[in-house]
Design a protein around this ligand. Structure first.
Ligand SMILES: [Zn+2]
Length: 116
């Protein structure tokens, strides 16, 4: 999967969400932390620029980093953006353009991630 996504475009975000049994899937096993982190490593090793773990209390793997210099660009806390250091869609450290549609408002404040 990771190699397929990378071949389509390394800028495609890959969200890996931990599963927890609920409703009619109570017998299914929850995703263990080790498996989710291994999937994150596989995505990064494949060359994907933006791999995210979700539904897991691990702030570091929810964040967006500059794929060129590694600077933290967006720090997330669950569904919230805690800090946004992007400068008009560019890394403030190396000025690399970061793929996506970015709002330069509400930088460095906790703001709810907009969903449809
Ligand atoms: Zn950078």
């Amino acid at each position: 999967m990771a190699l397929f996504l990378k071949d389509v475009g390394p800028e495609i975000p890959w969200h890996l969400s931990a599963f927890f049994p609920a409703y009619q899937m109570l017998e299914a096993e929850p995703t263990d932390r080790k498996t989710l982190l291994r999937a994150w490593e596989i995505g990064k090793a494949a060359g994907l620029r933006y791999v995210y773990c979700g539904n897991l209390p691990d702030i570091a793997r929810e964040d967006t980093y500059c794929y060129r210099c590694g600077k933290t660009l967006i720090q997330r806390m669950g569904f919230y953006v805690a800090f946004n250091w992007l400068d008009h869609g560019h890394c403030p450290s190396c000025q690399t353009a970061i793929e996506g549609v970015w709002d330069n408002k509400n930088r460095s404040v906790v703001t709810e991630v907009q969903t449809r």
